[in-house]
Design a protein around this ligand. Structure first.
Ligand code: SF4
Ligand code: SF4
Ligand code: FES
Length: 313
């Protein structure tokens, strides 16, 4: 029997405000996306491919590469689709002559000054837009410079840097909050640098390698991958990727182990993992080398006696 002093209360979830949807058209196709979405989000919903370089779903857009530009009816200039939010009635063209010409020029300027040989999908993109970087001539200024190999965990090859800022964002407020690197210099001489240009072991770097995970060109690369590429034996078609759980601490980050010829050659974490969002710490990213203990033939990085402990971690 219910006490006269007790009242039954109906428990329910708080009502959620329905999302305001915005309708626009992209290449003649009508689409509705939640208010605040970007044009790129709308294109993705329609399955329309738009190239990107400095954009990543886990980072705040920085709008620096301009390969994602699209044409918006009535707008004076092309707009970066990765950061421009949708407006009702917007009419967007993703492959007009203006868009194609601009993307081609952007790609040509990048490819004439930067080594894009290890940027995934770049050869296909250059071909798709008929980019001819060689038309700037053999004397075109470049960012060519020696590879920085100053620690045992990862290398920095800024001859391959397109200055997309992704590593800066990942090291800074978007993920790691370490702020070991930033953009220094102006104009063509702008470049990624540690504070006071110190070598990595003397910098604030904690070797999480989250910068490597977001770099779109291979400018930042684990030492082991770089060694195998130098030896001509890096072969992604022979690699398998297996998800497992990092054994080093109770956080239990999801690790994806990339294995080639029976050797772990790289560890990453999936971008769509709610806990890691693609990030790891030094142990998850690089701590797998002990698995290859005693296999000196697998290179100096696999030798447990070889690595020097980084200065700061
Ligand atoms: S090192 Fe890589 S992630 Fe950093 S700015 Fe250069 S290309 Fe982008
Ligand atoms: S990657 Fe680092 S934080 Fe994540 S489980 Fe491994 S040791 Fe812990
Ligand atoms: S991807 Fe949009 S500006 Fe770089």
């Amino acid at each position: 029997m219910t006490s006269p002093h007790l009242q039954l209360v109906q428990l329910s979830r708080p009502a959620t405000t329905p999302k305001v949807m915005v309708e626009l058209s992209v290449d003649g196709h009508s689409v509705k996306v939640p208010e605040g979405s970007t044009i790129l989000n709308a294109c993705q919903q329609l399955g329309i491919e738009v190239p990107t370089l400095c954009w990543l779903e886990t980072l705040k857009p920085v709008n620096v590469c301009r390969v994602c530009v699209v044409e918006v009816e009535g707008a004076r200039v092309l707009v970066p689709s990765c950061s421009r939010t949708v407006e009702p009635g917007m009419k967007v063209k993703t492959r007009s002559d203006r868009v194609n010409l601009t993307r081609r020029l952007v790609l040509e300027m990048l490819a004439s000054s930067v080594d894009l040989s290890t940027a995934p999908g770049m050869a296909e993109m250059l071909a798709e837009y008929d980019a001819k970087p060689e038309r700037f001539g053999p004397d075109a200024e470049t960012v060519a410079q020696p590879v920085k190999v100053d620690n045992d965990l990862y290398i920095r090859d800024y001859a391959k840097c397109v200055l997309c800022y992704k590593c800066v964002e990942a090291c800074g407020e978007d993920h790691q909050n370490t702020f070991a690197i930033a953009v220094a210099g102006r104009g063509f001489h702008a470049h990624i640098s540690t504070e006071f240009v110190v070598e990595l072991p003397e910098s604030a770097c904690v070797y999480c390698g989250n910068c490597i995970a977001v770099c779109p060109t291979g400018a930042l690369m684990s030492k082991r991958e770089w060694e195998l590429r130098q030896a001509g034996t890096w072969n992604e078609s022979k690699q398998t990727a297996t998800d497992t759980v990092c054994p080093f601490c109770g956080v239990g980050c999801t690790l994806t182990l990339h294995v080639q010829d029976g050797e772990i050659v790289k560890a990453t974490s999936p971008l769509d993992n709610d806990i890691t969002v693609g990030n790891l710490c030094i142990k998850g990213r690089f701590g797998w080398r002990h698995v290859q203990n005693g296999h000196a033939s697998r290179g100096p990085s696999a030798d447990p006696t070889a690595p020097r402990a980084p200065a700061n971690h």
